[in-house]
Design a protein around this ligand. Structure first.
Ligand SMILES: [Fe+2]
Ligand SMILES: [Fe+2]
Length: 336
């Protein structure tokens, strides 16, 4: 998963290792021609520094979101209600780890190192999707995260399969296929609970009530407050605006909620025949910014868990490096 439109500035963007090239009119014209023709920019192609920086920020925030996104659901692996649910959840959480790895690799092709990106995350400078700063209180939350959070992520990420930067676009194709499984397993799990006891149904409704508005905020601030989006569109990084994606998500989700038998917690949600879309109520952007700026219920816990995992894994990295050095020495000795 997961985006929040990615136009949220980090506390500090990792320093780029790449040497910036003075802007050459021919190079700029060639870049513009590729963008205008809806072509792909590859890592070795010349690109404007601002394009490179925007992508480093977006792709690294996306990678961090995948990795931090493993935590709220990972907490439920040991408490899954059956072997089947546990196997599905383990597979999903592993997929998210894989998404993070593809994305860190894609960002590395732009001249930023993995260490720089991890430093930015662990020091609290880098952003990740705020949705993961909320707790998963019951088993129903696991289903709702799949249905709604992964569902919102798919809406955001399908247009990224057509992103102008080749490695990002290609990574997104596989990511989206896996996100589709995540969304379906969540819906199916909720469907099962909705055919169960009154307590189970109430648990699902409670989880929907707590997650719905946060999912709508995942698409990022309204278009009027997203000045970076225009440049992102021009560069072929962003294809559909935050508000249009949010509308698509609402329109797609309302009939699914009806099938499930849950109520979406918005008294203003209704079909508008004139617009051909659902109208919906106002999002609490103050809460969104509070959480983006570090004051959500789980910001500190998520970061502390990530830092601990990084520190606990130090011996694995050291062992791998020592092994690589040994292999290199042996190969050198054999070649001599
Ligand atoms: Fe993912
Ligand atoms: Fe996912």
């Amino acid at each position: 998963m997961y985006t929040q439109s990615f136009n949220v500035p980090d506390g500090g963007t990792p320093t780029l290792q790449a040497v910036s090239v003075p802007v050459d009119a021919d190079l700029q014209a060639r870049f513009d021609a590729v963008i205008d023709a809806d072509g792909k920019i590859e890592p070795r192609d010349w690109m404007p520094e601002a394009y490179r920086k925007t992508l480093v920020r977006q792709i690294s925030q996306h990678a961090h979101s995948e990795i931090v996104g493993m935590l709220p659901e990972g907490n439920w692996i040991s408490r899954a209600p059956s072997l089947k649910r546990k196997a599905i959840l383990v597979a999903k959480v592993q997929d998210e780890g894989g998404h993070g790895l593809y994305l860190y690799s894609a960002a590395e092709t732009l001249g930023t190192s993995r260490d720089q990106m991890f430093d930015a995350l662990h020091s609290g400078k880098a952003k990740y999707s705020s949705i993961f700063n909320y707790p998963t209180l019951t088993w129903a939350d696991v289903g709702v995260v799949g249905w709604l959070v992964d569902g919102a992520a798919i809406m955001n990420q399908i247009p990224l399969c057509r992103c102008s930067f080749g490695p990002y676009a290609r990574a997104m194709i596989r990511v989206c296929k896996e996100e589709s499984f995540h969304q379906r397993q969540g819906f199916e799990s909720l469907m099962t609970m909705m055919q169960g006891t009154a307590e189970q149904k109430a648990m699902v409704q409670d989880a929907v009530n707590r997650w719905w508005w946060k999912c709508l905020a995942m698409f990022g601030p309204p278009d009027a407050d997203s000045p970076n989006s225009v440049q992102g569109m021009r560069w072929g990084i962003k294809r559909i605006s935050n508000d249009d994606l949010r509308q698509k998500f609402v329109d797609a989700t309302v009939p699914q909620a009806q099938v499930l038998g849950v109520t979406l917690p918005d008294p203003d949600l209704k079909w508008n025949a004139e617009r051909g879309h659902h109208d919906f109520g106002a999002i609490d952007w103050d809460e969104f910014w509070q959480v983006v700026n570090g004051n959500g219920p789980c910001n500190q816990e998520r970061l502390a868990t990530r830092v601990k995992a990084w520190e606990d894994g130090a011996w694995v990295r050291e062992a791998a490096l020592a092994h690589a050095r040994k292999q290199e020495q042996r190969a050198r000795k054999e070649a001599a």
